[in-house]
Design a protein around this ligand. Structure first.
Ligand SMILES: CC(C)(COP(=O)(O)OP(=O)(O)OC[C@H]1O[C@@H](n2cnc3c(N)ncnc32)[C@H](O)[C@@H]1OP(=O)(O)O)[C@@H](O)C(=O)NCCC(=O)NCCS
Length: 175
């Protein structure tokens, strides 16, 4: 699924690949393009400035512990990041997921493609469930998780925690 071009139902053609340290300028440009609302939904704070730590979070990681997948597309003829999904194995079988798509490309299927890619990598590393922390009323994210597998939601400290059971690899092949 990675390193190939995907044509989404919307007609948008995207690449999906693991990020690397040399993506730092592209990741920074992507994060700086996000609207305040989208930043808030992903990071739970307004985050007016993007600091180096946030950029490094998406470009430097130990792939045994954490994986970051970028969706890319040509913008003005240059390959740019249009979405990022990161997943970390936190407890036995449970992986913590974060995902964000830039405002211009939301509702085009990018989130669906990203979540599929990152969750199948997590499943290959032993994850059976994913957990995502959400602000309330995050309909698109709940839709993405429900499409992936059975999802339950709980409230903790004013945030919604969603747990989704990943399809077993055999179920995935049969689907
Ligand atoms: C959540 C998010 C990643 C979804 O990405 P996306 O590229 O828009 O997702 P898709 O286009 O694949 O759509 C996913 C589903 O949500 C639905 N959807 C998308 N935007 C919607 C909206 N504004 N209102 C209602 N439903 C919406 C789509 O119709 C689709 O549902 P379907 O399967 O029934 O057709 C994106 O909205 C985003 O970046 N949000 C801000 C960050 C965030 O909330 N992250 C989650 C917490 S980590």
């Amino acid at each position: 699924m990675l390193a190939t071009v995907h044509e989404l139902d919307s007609g948008l053609r995207i690449g999906l690949r693991l990020t690397r340290p040399s993506d730092a300028p592209r990741v920074r440009a992507f994060l700086e393009r996000l609207s305040p609302e989208t930043r808030l939904r992903r990071f739970f704070m307004a985050m007016p400035d993007i600091d180096e730590r946030t950029v490094s979070h998406f470009t430097f990681y130990n792939p045994r512990e954490r994986i970051v997948v970028a969706a890319t597309a040509p913008l003005a003829g240059v390959e740019e990041v249009i979405g990022l999904a990161d997943i970390a194995l936190v407890d036995t079988g449970v992986a913590e997921l974060g995902i964000v798509v830039d405002d211009e490309h939301q509702e085009s299927g990018v989130g669906g493609a990203l979540i599929e890619a990152v969750c199948s990598l997590a499943a290959a590393h032993g994850a059976t469930h994913v957990r995502a922390e959400l602000l309330d009323h995050n309909r698109p994210m709940i839709r993405l998780l429900e499409r992936l597998g059975r999802t339950v939601q709980t409230m903790e400290d004013g945030h919604v925690l969603a747990y989704t059971r990943l399809p077993l690899r055999a179920e995935r092949r049969a689907a």
